[in-house]
Ligand binder design. Structure first.
Ligand code: ZN
Ligand code: FE
Length: 255
């Protein structure tokens, strides 16, 4: 375990993440939702910012790029196929690229759907993934620029990671996601138990992030279009996974 991850709140419900490799003294921030808390976190840890790793172009993910780059002279990494929307981009990465980071590396996964250029960073040696707004604890990102088929294929890429992969998603949306998930899979015992645990954590003001791939596969309705119970709830028994996923997403949009 070479990497240290430091997580802190930004804006209303975003998380900022610093990733530090002590062996090489490099520090990345995953997205730049808000400059002040990122600089405060760096000061608290005594780390120098060397990299910005962007998952996508939205303002609550890349809005602090320019200010942080000016302050730190750091290297900005983002999706090659969305480079014109990533402020200050220096390194353009694409699906399957291995981005060298200190003594380790991250594999880039293209996961379009929320935006057309969304990417995730998978640090395989440490078993951790930063998934931006593609996968949330008990949820998934809204389909602003992609089709259900695209998003389902992106989610399947993440589901193919080992079950114990630690997943850092960019927002604290879990409690409202749980309320929706229970409407489509009310008899999922793992989901019911998890929802109670989420309520306890939130009552104590604690985060529900990170999660794991295994936990999401067991409880997240957007990863479960093959669940018979979910198919029955949305009236699509034996439905095609893309169609069931699309209907689940549509219901969440109107929840
Ligand atoms: Zn977004
Ligand atoms: Fe976001």
């Amino acid at each position: 375990m070479a990497l240290e991850v430091h997580m802190f709140p930004c804006l209303n419900d975003n998380y900022g993440f610093l990733v530090h490799d002590a062996g090489a003294d490099v520090t990345a921030v995953i997205d730049t939702p808000e400059v002040e808390p990122i600089n405060a976190a760096l000061a608290e840890k005594g780390w120098q910012l060397t990299h910005i790793l962007n998952t996508h172009h939205h303002f609550d993910h890349a809005g602090g790029n320019e200010a942080l780059k000016t302050r730190w002279g750091c290297t900005v990494v983002g999706a090659a196929n969305d480079a014109d929307r990533i402020p200050g981009i220096d390194v353009r990465v694409a699906d399957g690229d291995r981005f060298e980071f200190g003594t380790t590396s991250a594999t880039v996964l293209e996961v379009p759907g929320h935006t057309r250029g969304h990417i995730a960073y998978y640090f395989q040696d440490d078993g951790i993934a930063f998934v931006g707004d593609t996968l949330f604890a008990l949820g998934c990102g809204r389909l602003f620029e992609g089709t259900p088929a695209q998003m389902w294929s992106s989610l399947q890429k993440l589901m193919a990671l080992p079950d114990d992969t630690v997943v850092y998603c960019a927002h604290e949306y879990t409690q409202s996601n749980a309320a929706f998930a229970l409407t489509v899979e009310p008899d999922n015992a793992a989901l019911v138990a998890r929802s109670a645990e989420i309520d306890r954590l939130r009552a104590d003001g604690l985060p529900t992030v990170p999660t794991t791939i295994g936990l999401e596969k067991a409880t997240n309705p957007f990863l479960r279009p093959n669940s018979r119970d979910l198919q029955a709830t949305v009236g699509m028994e034996d439905g095609d996974p893309v169609a069931v996923f699309a209907e689940t997403r549509r219901r969440k949009d109107h929840f």
